[in-house]
Design a protein around this ligand. Sequence first.
Ligand code: CA
Length: 219
Amino acid sequence: MRVLLVEDDDGVASALAEALYEHGHLPIRVRRGQEALTRYRHADLLLLDLGLPDLDGLEVLRKLRAVSGVPVVILTARNDERSVVRGLHLGADDYLVKPVRVAELLARMDAVTRRIPDQAHAAPRTVIAGDVEVDLTARRVLVAGEEIRLTTKEFAVLAVLAARAGTAVSRQQVLDEVWGDAYLAVSRSLDVHLTQLRAKLGRPDLLTTMRGFGYRFGG
Ligand code: CA
């Protein structure tokens, strides 16, 4: 498969590229996060380093997940729990701590790409609650058949909750997915966006606040 290798360290990248090539894959190597965001369309899977020279790898992942479900395996020297948990919350399919053993990497890559069809089936693209319809692919929201205009951030907040309809989502997770690393500065603005969303949707019971935890979309 075509593997986009996002890695700024030349030694690590060339060793990995060689190993991938030897095992029948087609590695495409880029050094910067920004390049990953322009070239992911040409890849079947991304191997994503977190410590990149321009953007943090988690930021790359967050931006990528707003537009693509391409499988992503994080390769990181960081084994701190918070980075790993955030990576998985942001939609990474797996992670490996460097140095990586080639056999394990290949096995994980296989497992991740095998899982994809199931995930595509399991993830609903349109979420319906009463007369509210949230189309996650077209990024459209209909209330009683009328399209509601939302800002990008309002839609992002709604999408995080609607994608897990009926499930409690923590405030932290919403902040992580919508704002990434900047969340400390914007914690208040999540409240503002939710107030706006409730006003625009006109369905006060649709987005439930769970005191001291977070929010829930629908049931
Ligand atoms: Ca690095």
